[in-house]
Design a protein around this ligand. Structure first.
Ligand SMILES: [Zn+2]
Ligand SMILES: [Zn+2]
Length: 498
C-alpha cells in the first residue's frame, strides 16, 4: 500500500514520486479521449480529401513518403538555407500524389494545426491513410516521436501538446485552448517541472498545485467529466491525494524508469553544453597564450634590437674615429669628426642611345654633380637599392664610408655638436639635406680590405664581419639578424668590395 512512501526517505522525494504517479494516472485517463478525437480528425481530413478530389470513399495511397509530400525547404523538416544539399530530399523529391490524396492530406493537417507548424519530422506520410495516430504525431512536439506508434506509448508532454496544437480539441473543452495560459498549459508546465528536477524533489505546495491542475483538467464539464477513463483517473487522483491508492510496483517502476531516462537525457544535453563551455574557455586560453607569446616575442625583439643599435654605435665610435691618411703622411692620425671634409661627388647616369642604328646601341655616361647628400641614396626619386661609390685608390672612399657611419651615429644619438661639426665642412648646401640617412635605423659597416673569406651571401658577410665584432656579439644570432634586415630600414656598407 502506497509504496511510493517506502521507496524514498525524504518527504520531497516522496512528493515528487507521488506527483509523477498522478501525472501518469492522468495521462492514462486521457488516452481513450484523445484516441477518439484523433479518429474523428482523421475521418474529417479523409472525407475532405475525397470530396475535393471526387474520390470513392475509402480511397488510399501508400506510395507517398513524407519527402514526396513536402516541398524542399519546408520549415520544421528540411534544414536551413545553409544545409544544402538537403539530406531529407536526397532520395525522394516533392511530387503530386498519383492517387490525388497525400498533398491534400497534408493541407488538412496544416489546416487543423493551431500554430500552422506541424511536426513533420515525427510523422510518416506513408501511413497517413491507415493510422490516425500517425496523423496525430504531426501535432506533438517537434522531435522525438517518430517511433511512437500509439497513444499508449506517448508521454504526457506529447498528449497535452496534441490537445493544445490540434484545433479539433477546441470542441471538447469549456475553456479557450487558444489562450496563452489554460488548463492544458498548466498540466504541460507540471510535466516540465517534474522532468527538470534532477534531484527528484517537490515541495508540499507544488505537489498540491500539481494534483489540483490535473483534477481540473479531468473535471472539464464539456466532455471529460463524463468520459469513463477520465472519471476513473479522477477517482484515483483523489485516493492518491489521501494516500489511499494502491500503486502497483510495476507502475512505480515505470514512472521511475521513465523519469530517470528523461533526466539522463537532460543531463546529457547539459553535459554537452558544459563540454562546449569548457571547449570555449580552453580555446580562449590558447588564444590568450598565443597573444601573450606574440607580445613577449615583440618585447624581446624590441629589447634586442635596441641593444644591437647601441652596440653598433659603440663599435663605430671606436672603429671610425681616425682618418687614415696613408703612409705618405707622417702625422698623428687626425680625428675624423674634427677635420674631415666630404668630397665632391658626382652621379653617373647611363643613357642608352640608339639614334645611329648602323652602329647599334651606344651607352652614354653622363656625370652630374651631387648637390645634396640625399641624392646619394636616391635613384630617380626612388630609394636606391644598391649604391656603388667608385674612385681611384687613395682618394678617400673609406674615409667617406666612415664619415657616413659617424654621421648616422650622431643622428641616432642626437649628438648636436657632432652633427654640426660633421655638417659644417660640407660644400655649400651639400649637407643640408640628410633625411635619407636620418631615417636609416641600422648601419652595418664592413671593411673587406683584408678579408679573404669566401663568404658571398650578404647576411653572412654582415654577420661575420660586423655582428661578430661587437662587444655583445653572443646575444645576436643569424636568425635575429635576418629579422632585423627584414623588418628595419638598413644601410649595409661594404668597404673594399671589388
Ligand atoms: Zn528538403
Ligand atoms: Zn500519395
Amino acid at each position: 500500500m502506497a509504496s511510493y512512501k517506502t521507496l524514498f526517505q525524504e518527504k520531497k522525494n516522496q512528493n515528487w514520486l507521488k506527483a509523477s504517479v498522478a501525472v501518469d494516472i492522468t495521462r492514462k485517463g486521457l488516452i481513450p479521449f484523445v484516441t477518439t478525437v484523433v479518429t474523428i480528425l482523421h475521418q474529417a481530413i479523409r472525407a475532405n480529401v475525397e470530396r475535393t478530389n471526387c474520390l470513392p470513399p475509402g480511397a488510399t495511397c501508400n506510395s507517398c513518403t513524407t519527402p514526396n509530400v513536402l516541398p524542399c525547404r519546408t520549415r520544421g523538416f528540411c534544414g536551413g538555407v545553409r544545409s544544402l544539399p538537403c539530406k531529407f530530399h536526397q532520395h525522394a523529391n516533392f511530387r503530386n500524389c498519383p492517387a490525388r490524396i497525400c498533398n491534400d492530406f497534408k493541407l488538412g493537417i496544416e489546416g487543423h494545426h493551431r500554430f500552422n507548424g506541424p511536426s513533420w519530422k515525427n510523422t510518416n506520410a506513408n501511413d497517413w491513410c491507415f493510422n490516425p495516430w500517425e496523423v496525430a504525431k504531426s501535432f506533438l512536439p517537434p522531435d522525438g516521436y517518430l517511433n511512437v506508434q500509439t497513444a499508449d506509448d506517448t508521454d504526457i508532454n506529447g498528449i497535452i501538446s496534441l490537445i493544445i496544437n490540434c484545433t479539433v480539441f477546441d470542441n471538447y473543452f469549456t475553456c479557450d485552448l487558444s489562450l496563452l495560459h489554460n488548463i492544458c498549459t498548466k498540466v504541460r508546465d507540471i510535466g516540465r517541472k517534474l522532468r527538470h528536477s534532477p534531484q527528484l524533489m517537490m515541495s508540499d505546495a507544488e505537489l498540491s498545485e500539481c494534483i489540483d491542475a490535473l483534477k481540473m483538467l479531468l473535471k472539464d464539464n464539456k466532455y471529460l467529466a463524463s468520459e469513463p477513463a477520465a472519471m476513473d483517473a479522477l477517482t484515483k487522483l483523489t485516493l492518491l491525494e489521501n494516500d489511499k491508492l494502491r500503486v502497483s510496483t510495476d507502475d512505480l517502476a515505470n514512472v521511475l524508469s521513465h523519469a530517470i531516462s528523461t533526466i539522463s537525457e537532460i543531463l546529457k544535453t547539459e553535459k554537452n553544453i558544459l563540454q562546449q563551455h569548457i571547449q570555449t574557455l580552453a580555446d580562449e586560453a590558447v588564444q590568450s597564450i598565443a597573444q601573450a607569446r606574440k607580445e613577449d616575442n615583440l618585447e624581446l625583439y624590441s629589447l634586442k634590437s635596441t641593444a644591437l643599435k647601441h652596440d653598433l654605435q659603440k663599435h663605430y665610435l671606436e672603429r671610425c674615429t681616425s682618418l687614415d691618411l696613408g703612409p705618405m703622411f707622417d702625422l698623428n692620425t687626425p680625428n675624423l669628426v674634427e677635420v674631415y671634409m666630404p668630397p665632391k661627388l658626382s652621379k653617373s647616369t647611363v643613357f642608352k642611345d640608339s639614334s645611329d642604328s648602323s652602329i647599334g646601341v651606344n651607352r652614354n655616361i653622363v656625370l652630374t654633380e651631387i648637390k645634396e647628400l640625399d641624392e646619394v641614396f636616391r635613384n630617380t626619386g626612388e630609394q636606391a637599392k644598391h649604391i656603388y661609390i667608385t674612385a681611384k685608390a687613395g682618394v678617400g672612399k673609406s674615409s667617406f664610408c666612415k664619415f657616413i657611419v659617424r654621421l648616422w651615429c650622431a643622428f641616432q644619438m642626437n649628438n648636436r655638436e657632432e652633427i654640426e661639426s660633421l655638417k659644417s665642412r660640407g660644400r655649400g648646401t651639400y649637407m643640408n639635406s640628410c633625411e635619407e640617412l636620418k631615417n636609416v635605423q641600422y648601419v652595418f659597416y664592413a671593411r673587406l680590405i683584408d678579408w679573404r673569406s669566401r663568404l658571398c651571401e650578404m647576411d653572412d658577410i654582415v654577420f661575420y664581419q660586423v655582428i661578430r665584432r661587437l662587444s655583445k656579439c653572443e646575444d645576436y644570432d643569424m636568425k635575429f639578424l635576418r629579422e632585423v634586415l627584414d623588418k628595419e630600414r638598413c644601410l649595409i656598407i661594404f668597404d673594399g668590395l671589388d
